[in-house]
Design a protein around this ligand. Sequence first.
Ligand SMILES: NC(=O)c1ccc[n+]([C@@H]2O[C@H](COP(=O)([O-])OP(=O)(O)OC[C@H]3O[C@@H](n4cnc5c(N)ncnc54)[C@H](O)[C@@H]3O)[C@@H](O)[C@H]2O)c1
Length: 478
Amino acid sequence: MKLMKLTLLVLVSTAILSCGNNRTEQKTAEMSPIVIETPARPEGQNDVFNLTAPKMDIVRVGIIGLGMRGPGAVDRLSYIEGVEIKALCDIHRDRVEKSNAILAKHGKPAADGYYGSEEAWKQLCEREDIDLVYICTDWKTHTPMAVYAMEHGKHVACEVPIAISIDECWALVNTAEKTRKHCMMLENCCYDFFEMTTLNMAQKGLLGEIVHAEGAYIHDLRYLNFLDPKEGGYNDWWRLRFNETHNGNYYATHGLGPVCQALNIGRGDRMKYLVAMASDQFGMTEYAKEKFGEDSEMARKNYAKGDMINTLIKTENGKTILIQHDVTSPRPYNRKHALSGTKGYIEKYPRPGIALEPNEELGADFENLNAHSFLPEKEFDKMVEEYEHPITKEVGELARKVGGHGGMDFIMDYRLIYCLRNGLPLDMNVYDGVEWSCIGELTAISIQNGSVPVLMPDFTRGAWKKASSYTHAMAEKQ
Ligand SMILES: NC(=O)c1ccc[n+]([C@@H]2O[C@H](COP(=O)([O-])OP(=O)(O)OC[C@H]3O[C@@H](n4cnc5c(N)ncnc54)[C@H](O)[C@@H]3O)[C@@H](O)[C@H]2O)c1
């Protein structure tokens, strides 16, 4: 990754009211953003914006990583027509066997198992009879596995974040562009019911121009982070180890993905620069002292990651996004999901609310609106029903039955398989995956340098201008 410090004279606008007239005074201020360069696209390589692949009647799947997350994918995919799970892989043999038991419960044939070594997944990727490699391992293995799978002719779906460095992001982009294979990050929160409804409302213009958005991952993971792998904790303590050495928001995608779709990021707008500020680290040490003792090895470690990481992002079209990350404080779960537009405001946490101004897009059912307060419960329910997204309308009932974070995981898998079977562009392309994931290293760089702005690379190398809004591809009705 090429990183440059650049001193820019930046125009800062200050609005001053004078004698009843609006006057804008231009002032100059100095700041030194860090520029992360965008390397030129190698000759002969084209973008994969709106990439399609030939239709597949059956999608043959190999799944790698069967810890806490992976078996859920085995279960969900087993409900979807046109899926055959051919191979399963984990370092631990018993995890492969447990996932094969899930297939048996569905009356499906056993998949071939790969286990016993950290490299066994390569054999799964090398098979001729697999179309899609579905990755649910820990963060450090995502990109190497995804790149290897694409190089061996497979489409890839990979858990979040799909990359943990800018170099990894470019490896994914370049491999997808070279091999012309799909590479989708499995950002399930984009498919949650309220997020889908509010995306539909935004796309219908009910919020006017969306000016500001907020997302977060606030989830008290102290118990799981400090749980011994032998007792059901993360394999080889991978999440705690990462917190020991990295101070950045490496898990931004749950809050960021849904608001990026509402803001048309990657389709007419792009994230241009960010600043990040981290609190110091308190929570892990305090928790470790309580759990393992004042002088324990766990309590004496220097955990790098600050408890709360705040990130502000400015987009090319002048919008702002606030993203927060805190997994070490005793707080209720919160992904925020707030969208603030010129005609209204919605937020999901701590409880879902909609506040709208009168809008000619709305029918007679919604009169006397006033965005000074949230809609009363009855109107809220009516609006959520009226603007439910067509995709959740179609598959929501089954999704709620199958489950996976209330159904959103199933909708994500359903859409992935639907698009592959119908030869459509996937809902999230490789650029979405890396742009939402690169926040990790970019926030770390900003934090290390006193919260200076960091100019983001353009992973699409201009392809974000090829569309003006986000869409879900749909097959033509027969
Ligand atoms: N989208 C969501 O809502 C959500 C929820 C939980 C976890 N996740 C993501 O899912 C991933 C897995 O998380 P988890 O909680 O299941 O962790 P985990 O530690 O429980 O599971 C990871 C599994 O990967 C296996 N593994 C690691 N290296 C491997 C290798 N070289 N070959 C084969 N198998 C290997 C481990 O043995 C383990 O079984 C993470 O990326 C996490 O961020 C996403």
